[in-house]
Ligand binder design. Structure first.
Ligand code: URA
Length: 205
C-alpha cells in the first residue's frame, strides 16, 4: 500500500515541532522579539498549563514562566501540590509582543489573528503531548484553546471542551493577580488559581 503523503512542513515529533517553531515567521511578532519561547516539560505530561505569551524575562531567557508572573504561577503550582516536573508549561503565543518605553518593554496583548496563527504550534504541542487536561490561564489562552472569547470571570473555574476535543479548565492569568492593587482581591484571585490547579490535578489523575 502506498505510504500516506506527508505534508513536507508537518513535524513528526515534539522536538521537530520545537525546532521548526524557532524559525517561525507566521506573523510579525518574530520581528521585534528576541526568540521563540517554546513549551517546557515532559512530552507525556498529563497536565498542560497554557499562558498568554512570554514576557520580557522569558523572551531574554528563552524559557516560559521565569519572570514575575512565572514566580506567581510556580508558587501556586507548588501550593496546589503539583509536581512541576510532571507538568508541561507553554503559551498561546510563542513570541513576546511589546512596545518600547524608554529602556522598558511594555507587554501588549496579542490580537485574535496572532493567537490564531500561533495556534498551529499550540496544536502540535497538544497533539504530541496529549495531556489529559489543559489549564487555560487568562483570556488569550482560553481563546486559543477553546475558540471562545468573552469576559473571563463567568468562565473561571469551569471545564470547557477545547478545539482539540480535550477538557480545558479556565483560570486567572497570574499577571491578573499582580495587577490587583487591593490586597484582598489579589488574595482571593490567588486562592482561586490554587484551587483551580488543585482541581486540574485531581481531574487528570
Ligand atoms: N506570562 C505568560 O503568560 N507566559 C509566560 O511565559 C510568562 C508570563
Amino acid at each position: 500500500r502506498a505510504a500516506m503523503p506527508q505534508a513536507p512542513d508537518l513535524p513528526a515529533t515534539l522536538d521537530e515541532a520545537r525546532a521548526a517553531a524557532l524559525g517561525c515567521r507566521r506573523c510579525g511578532l518574530c520581528e521585534a522579539a528576541t526568540r521563540t519561547v517554546w513549551g517546557e516539560g515532559p512530552p507525556d505530561a498529563g497536565l498542560m498549563i497554557v499562558g498568554e505569551q512570554p514576557g520580557d524575562r522569558e523572551d531574554l531567557e528563552g524559557r516560559p514562566f521565569t519572570g514575575p508572573a512565572g514566580q506567581v504561577l510556580r508558587a501556586a503550582i507548588a501550593e496546589a501540590g503539583i509536581d512541576p516536573a510532571q507538568t508541561y508549561l507553554t503559551n498561546a503565543v510563542k513570541h513576546f509582543k511589546f512596545v518600547p518605553r524608554g529602556r522598558q518593554r511594555i507587554h501588549q496583548t496579542p490580537t485574535r489573528d496572532e493567537i490564531r496563527h500561533c495556534r498551529w504550534w499550540l496544536g502540535l504541542e497538544l497533539a504530541f503531548v496529549r495531556p489529559r487536561l489543559t489549564v487555560a490561564l487568562g483570556a488569550s489562552a482560553a481563546l486559543a484553546l477553546t475558540g471562545a472569547e468573552g469576559p473571563l470571570a463567568p468562565r473561571r473555574g469551569e471545564v470547557e471542551t477545547g478545539l482539540h476535543a480535550g477538557p480545558v479548565l479556565i483560570s486567572w492569568h497570574p499577571s491578573y493577580l499582580l495587577r490587583q492593587q487591593d490586597h484582598l482581591t489579589r488574595e482571593a484571585a490567588r486562592r482561586d488559581l490554587v484551587a483551580d490547579l488543585r482541581r486540574a490535578m485531581d481531574l487528570q489523575s
